[in-house]
Structures are given as C-alpha cells and as structure tokens.
Design a protein around this ligand. Sequence first.
Ligand code: NI
Length: 391
Amino acid sequence: MTDYKILIAQAAALHEHTVRHRRHLHAHPELSFGEHETARYIAAALDTLGIPHVPIAGTGVLARIEGRGDLRRAVVLRADTDALPIGEQTGLAYGSQNAGVMHACGHDMHAAALLGALALLNSRRDEIEGTVLGLFQPGEECCPGGASLVLAEHPFDAFDIRAFVGQHVDPDLAVGTFGLRAGVYTASSDELHITVRGVGGHAAMPSRLRDPVVAAAQIVTALQQVVSRNADGNIPTVLSIGRLIADGATNIIPDEVTMQGTLRTFDADWRAGAKERIRAIASGVASAYGTEAIVTIRDGYPSVVNDPVLTRRTADILGALAGTDRVLALDRRMTAEDFGYYTAHYPSVFYRLGVGRPGEEPQRLHTPGFAPDERALDHGAAALAALALSL
Ligand code: NI
C-alpha cells in the first residue's frame, strides 16, 4: 500500500516545478488542435525527466513509464491541453500572452499536475505494477474532440488497460477537496443545424410566398415538446436553440431561415430517439407551412460514464490521500466532456479536483476572470500518482 503522506509531501516538494510548468502553459495558451508550442513544451519537460514519449493525435503527447511485472497491464492518466477563445481579464503577472486566447477551463492545471505526477512516478518505477501512460490530449473543447482522434490511432491496443483516469478542475470545490460520481456523470451533447427553406419576397404580399420565418418560429416552439412530451421524466434532457437567422428586412421575407442549437441528455437510447423526434417535428411543421426543413445533427460527445467499482476504489484512494471528509459526491452535469469516448471503451474514472479559494466567491470555468488556486497542483499531482500506483 502506498504511503500517501509521503506522496503528498513529495508532490509539495515539486510545487515550484509544477507551478512553473502551469504558469508557462497559462501564459502561452493555444486553441484546440493548434497546441504546437504546448506539445513542444511538454515534450521538453518529459525529456528533462528522462521519460520516453511519442506524439499522438497531431498535437498531443503520450508518455510512458514502465514499472515491474507484466508491462501490458497499464493505467492511463489523461490531461487535456487546449485553451479557449476568451480574452483573459485576471490581471495576473503570468496572464495570457496570446490575445483572445485563455486557459479558462484549467487545462494548464491538468497538464502541469500530470507532469508533476509523472515526475513522482518516474522516481517510484519499482512500485508501478505494469506501465503508466501519461496522455496529454489536444482538442477537448472542440468537436470531434481530441479523444476520438487519440482512439483512432489505437495507441492502447497492445495494453490491458486497467483504468483510464481523468482529472478536471472544479472551482466550486475548495482546494484540497475532490469530487466524483459513479455511473453517468456528464451529458451527451449533439449539435442541431436546421435550415427552413420557403419562398421569400415582398413582406406585404405573404399570400404569394411560403414564409420560412413563421415556420421556423413554430419549429422552435414545437421542438420544446421533445423535452416536455417525449423525454422520460427520469432522464434529464435539454434542447436549446441558440442561433436563429432570418436575414430579411422590415419589408422582405427571406427564402430561408437557419437555426442552431444543442441537445443534451444522459441516456444513449433516448439520445437516439430524441434525434428522430427532432427530425420528425422539424420536417412535419415545415411541411405544414409549405416549407421544407433540412435537419443536420452533428454527433457531439457521449456521456462520461464512470465505472462503479473503479469509482469506489478511487474515492477510497483519494480519501486516504486527502481525508475521507474531503472526497465529495457530485451531481450529474449538463456539460459535456470528450473523456466520454474513453469511458465507452475502457474501465474509467473522471473526477474533479478542487481549485476554489476558501472564503471567496467561486469564479466560473470559461470566464475571463477564472483563476484557480495553484495549491491544487500538489493535490492533483499526488492524486494522479496515487491512482496510478494503486488502481
Ligand atoms: Ni475543461
């Protein structure tokens, strides 16, 4: 059994290194699938540690630490590495140097914590059963998701993956605490793109036209019935239309109207059924108004589904590390995560790392003021290392 007190002390001794990594990544954020400098920096940091690595999914890095025994037995520790198109407003000395781009989802924290964990594990190779793979994954924030590109390269086929581990910051949890949930944790997300085609013309003579604006307005309203009338009351579902473009004028009815939205839910069968209902309702309503609806639904991320046994063991390990009162049960979330692709293939656990500053109002993810408490890096590095040694 790993001595967790020693592990957390070792993580704390590495604090300066992990903070330096985090601040460098924070100052040089890159958007999804453009993480070239980020990948170079991570590769150089791994070289310094003497940890072998290969590129993956274009701008990702896959590190490998071999322990003892059957090296096919493997635990994967995954950190995402991309930033968001947000202009930083934290005023921090190490703020973003790339205008309009910011690590506002904490992926800089994820990558730095994983570098810290790999440094810890590299000095404890004789305690590792099998292999630890450190996956620095690009493109989490953008469809189709870096996870799907990673899996398309089949990097884990030669391994017997015992656990796929993902860690994500959470400003609603105080630094030093962790959160997790067994089973379905995040929603699936799909993009809805609907074009309503009619016949436009002079707005004073609608009887000569087939008005796509009125049809589109009815479709927006009718689609709400997918949630209110078709969804099982026990399966939370959200359908939102966030973009609706009818580019006519006061006296011009356009030929077509476009709309975009999102479908989020927690059940794979119902997800497929909801998409059928969306197509049927949009087409049926459009045709009732003499117009035509072209419905394109782009598949987004599947739900993150945490393996119940792994989740319980992870909670035990985090409890031994941080104290059982510092491991909290979480609710489901309507947000989506491309880690869901891994959970569909491997026994997986995705948990939250507290980065909230005690006594302060939490700053939300994906906002220009997001500033996590860096002390979380020690907890994050120790947690990943502990899980790699004990799962
Ligand atoms: Ni994120």
